[in-house]
Design a protein around this ligand. Structure first.
Ligand SMILES: O=C(O)CCC(=O)C(=O)O
Ligand SMILES: [Fe+2]
Length: 333
């Protein structure tokens, strides 16, 4: 895949990272930039994913679901089948937890270039521009705010897994193998997308799917997240007060035998407002076998390899990126 992204990020602990943010172009003092540097230009390799292919007329087409709705399970199931994404109201993450992390996120990215460089993420390490190294600048406040958001998000994602599994007809016994502190690995990533002088030639994060069960995204100050819908193109996810965005990732796509989409998404940048986001990833531990859990009410043959561990899948994805899902799918005769 081409090119650098016009963004910087910091992540908490996780066994590995599944996005392609590239700290190698740092340091860059974004505030003084009048023209997009060639090092940060986005070169399209695939027509279907052009930056200008925005489906503005259908801006509000992504479902907004209320978790307290008596039909929440069906609504979530349908949204995962149709989009692999939705916006969620009454998600249970307290406003105060979100607000505090917003404040700390902005403080983090407002640090001087010199301070951020001290915490630069190395190539072989998933955490960077931060965590332990950044602590001296913030005492515990950033870490506390991240931990609270992460804890609330894990509760939310486990509720969503419960509803998703129930919708798919996967048993409560099975569910126990996928949730709880011994089964999950989670990570919180804070992203910063500075104002970009030439947004039409840049990309915040290029098209990808997440190697997660579900991902929780909170957009700050500006929209920019876009979801690709087959046959229609890119849809901007609007800033909607009191909602978080939920994406279905590769894990649930495979476990559901492709009934749930793994949302192809990307992040565009703009020349008006600095955008930030908080992104929470939830996935099982690496030893989990991620093969379809064929439900009672489907008779579909498994569409993905049997006995594939997440460790094996992650290695395939690291090498093949967007082709990973088709590599592990079972070809029809
Ligand atoms: O910033 C966003 O809205 C989403 C970022 C994202 O897709 C990711 O970090 O995987
Ligand atoms: Fe993502």
């Amino acid at each position: 895949m081409a090119t650098p992204v016009f963004a910087a990020s910091v992540e908490t602990h996780g066994e590995n990272s599944n996005t392609k943010t590239l700290p190698i172009n740092l340091p860059l003092d974004f505030s003084s930039i009048k023209l997009l540097p060639e090092t940060h230009a986005w070169h399209e390799s695939n027509n279907k994913k052009k930056i200008e292919n925005n489906n503005e007329s259908s801006l509000f087409a992504l479902p907004i679901i209320d978790l307290n709705d008596p039909n929440a399970m069906e609504l979530i199931g349908h949204a995962c089948e149709e989009w692999g994404a939705f916006q969620l109201k009454n998600h249970g993450i307290p406003k105060s937890v979100i607000k505090e992390l917003e404040i700390q996120t902005k403080r983090l990215f407002d640090l001087s270039k010199e301070q951020k460089m001290k915490a630069l993420r190395s190539c072989d390490h998933p955490t960077g521009y931060g965590t332990l190294w950044i602590t001296p600048f913030f005492q515990q406040r950033l870490c506390d705010a991240m931990k609270k958001f992460q804890d609330e998000s894990s509760v939310l994602v486990e509720k969503l897994i419960h509803l998703g599994f129930k919708y798919l007809g996967i048993s409560k016994d099975q569910e126990g193998n996928w949730i709880g502190p011994n089964n999950r690995v989670d990570a919180l990533q804070l992203n910063s997308y500075p104002i970009c002088p030439n947004p039409e030639n840049a990309m915040g994060i290029g098209p990808h799917t997440d190697t997660s069960f579900f991902t929780v995204v909170h957009q700050i100050q500006s929209s920019g997240l876009q979801i690709f819908k087959d046959g229609s193109g890119w849809f901007t996810v609007p800033l909607e007060p009191n909602t978080v965005v939920i994406n279905t990732g590769d894990i649930l796509h495979i476990l559901s035998n492709a009934r749930f989409k793994s949302a192809l998404h990307r992040v565009t940048v703009n020349n008006i407002k600095h955008r930030y986001s908080m992104v929470y990833f939830y996935r099982p531990t690496m030893d989990h076998v991620i093969s379809p859990l064929v439900s009672n009410n489907t008779h579909d043959d498994p569409r993905f390899r049997a006995a594939l561990t997440l460790k094996e899948y992650s290695a395939i994805k690291d090498k093949n990126f967007e082709n990973a899902l088709s590599i592990v799918s079972v070809k029809e005769d």
